[in-house]
Every structure is written in structure tokens, then in C-alpha cells.
Design a protein around this ligand. Structure first.
Ligand SMILES: Nc1ncnc2c1ncn2[C@@H]1O[C@H](COP(=O)(O)OP(=O)(O)OP(=O)(O)O)[C@@H](O)[C@H]1O
Ligand SMILES: [Mg+2]
Length: 260
């Protein structure tokens, strides 16, 4: 399933954030968008997931304008985890994750054993099976974030868009969520994720998209994108690039500006 944009202008009301974006998301790739706060990463992700209507241009899925598809058809193809999702009061973890199954249900085929199994499996994958009956509002920030990830997993879409899925997670849960995403990628799903942790991006991505001020500055393999020049151009950051001894991926070490 191919996802691409054609000269898309994005923004809110009168305001334009992304002037013109033509982008092809590598099919079956693990793409990671990086860039400073406010550069338009979430705006791009929302537009790809049809949460935001382009001001101009088109988003195409398998060469069809995404606007020509019904909501349910989009939801069966694209799962989107927004940056700060809100659950209605009183919703339990199992209810929330179960919502990921709605696009798969029909009036004559209500909630099934299969749905039940997929909800339990998704909770298990994020380590939240024990919390299934708790209210989402009573979870810790990291547990809540994992509940939302489970909901996106339960949707079982070929394309997953995840906006900062690891922000509230401790380091072990970050790794476990990203390992899980990596397994999904190996199984053939297309992932697009926004991450602030450049070392995690370098470690997991097959394709990195570096943005600044609403435009793409560079994209490609992590070893080609993460250079000292790019870090200066995109983040105004002085950093050294080392090689991760475990996997050969770039390791970004910001220079210490104190005592200089
Ligand atoms: N709902 C909105 N209405 C108006 N302007 C918005 C809205 N959401 C975002 N913006 C503006 O669009 C620009 C890009 O925002 P966006 O959320 O895409 O940035 P981002 O790269 O995801 O940043 P961050 O790393 O902080 O999440 C910002 O200037 C922001 O103020
Ligand atoms: Mg954002």
C-alpha cells in the first residue's frame, strides 16, 4: 500500500505551515521524521492520516486521493496515534483498545472472539494486560501512552503513523515499544513515526526525514542523513557522530558547550 503526497500545502485556517510537500513514504519502510519543535512534523503526520485537510495538493493512497475514500476505508488502511490523544472520561483500557476494532466490524458482524483475541494480544504486546479493566484516566503517563499504542496495534492496518510514541516512556519501555515496531516492520507493515530522540531514530529507522520550518531538509538512510552538517542545519546543534559499536548505526553526541 503506497502513501504519498503531491504538492501538498498544509496549515490551519489562514496560516500555512508546510508550503509545498511532495513526499513518497517508502512502502514497507520504517520512516522516522525528526526536526525541531514547531517545524511541522505533527502537521505532516495528521495530513497523511487524513486528520487535516490539505490547503492545496493531494494525499494519495495506492494512487487514489485519500479524500475519495470513506472514513472506514481509511481506518482499515491507516492507523494514527496522535501526539496528545484524549480518552473520554471513564473509558477502560480494554474499551479504548477495542475501539481500534471498530473499522473491522459490520452491523451484522458485531464484536467477535477474533476482536477479543486481538485486543488481548495488543495489550500483551505493550505489557498492559494486567491493566485491561482500569480506567485510562487513572493510568500513569507511560501506561496511558502504551494503551494508545495498543489501540493503534489492534487496528491492524498495513500503515501505522505514530506521533512521538515513546515520549513518556522509561528507557526500557522505549526500547520495548520500538522493538515491537521493528518487528511489525519486519512483518511487512509501513511505519511513519515522529521521534525526538535522534539516537533511537538512527537505530531503528530505515528512512529518516529531517524537517525544518515546514520543509524537508534531507531524507534517506540514517547513516547518510545524520551528519554534523545536517545537525547544524536542522537543529543548530554542534555534535559529533560516532558509530554504535553494537550495530554500526550513527550515534549522535552533542558537544559540551560549557567550559569552552
Ligand atoms: N491546531 C492548530 N492551529 C493553529 N496552528 C497550529 C495548530 N497545530 C499546530 N499549529 C502550528 O503549526 C506549526 C507546526 O506545528 P506542529 O505541531 O506540526 O509541529 P511539530 O513539528 O510537531 O512540533 P513538536 O515537536 O513541538 O511536536 C506550529 O507553528 C504550530 O504553532
Ligand atoms: Mg508534534
Amino acid at each position: 500500500m503506497m502513501l504519498q503526497t503531491e504538492s501538498v500545502r498544509m496549515g490551519y485556517g489562514e496560516r500555512t505551515v508546510v508550503r509545498e510537500l511532495t513526499l513518497e513514504i517508502p512502502q514497507g519502510g520504517f520512516s522516522v521524521i525528526v526536526g525541531p519543535n514547531g517545524c511541522g512534523k505533527s502537521t505532516v503526520l495528521r495530513t497523511l492520516g487524513r486528520m487535516l485537510r490539505p490547503q492545496a495538493g493531494r494525499v494519495l493512497i495506492d494512487a487514489r486521493d485519500i479524500r475519495s475514500l470513506r472514513t472506514r476505508e481509511v481506518a482499515r488502511r491507516i492507523g494514527l496515534l496522535p501526539q496528545s490523544p484524549h480518552a473520554p472520561d471513564g473509558v477502560t483500557v480494554a474499551d479504548l483498545v477495542g475501539r481500534g476494532r471498530y473499522p473491522h466490524q459490520r452491523i451484522w458482524r458485531q464484536w467477535s472472539r477474533e476482536d477479543e483475541r486481538i485486543v488481548a494480544q495488543s495489550l500483551e504486546e505493550v505489557g498492559l494486560l494486567d491493566c485491561a479493566d482500569r480506567a485510562v484516566s487513572e493510568l500513569s503517563g507511560g501506561q496511558r501512552q502504551r494503551a494508545w499504542i495498543a489501540m493503534a496495534l489492534a487496528q491492524q492496518t498495513p500503515i501505522l503513523l505514530l506521533d512521538e510514541p515513546t515520549t513518556y516512556l522509561d528507557i526500557a519501555h522505549q526500547i520495548s515499544v520500538l522493538d515491537l515496531c521493528s518487528t511489525l516492520h519486519e512483518q511487512g507493515r509501513t511505519l511513519v513515526m515522529v521521534l525526538h530522540d535522534l539516537n533511537m531514530a538512527a537505530r531503528y529507522a530505515t528512512h529518516v526525514i529531517a524537517m525544518r520550518d515546514g520543509g524537508i531538509i534531507r531524507q534517506g538512510r540514517p547513516e547518510d542523513v545524520f551528519t554534523e552538517t545536517m545537525l547544524r542545519d536542522v537543529f543548530d546543534l554542534d555534535a559529533s557522530i560516532l558509530k554504535d559499536p553494537n550495530n554500526g548505526r550513527p550515534l549522535i553526541v552533542p558537544k559540551d558547550r560549557r567550559n569552552q
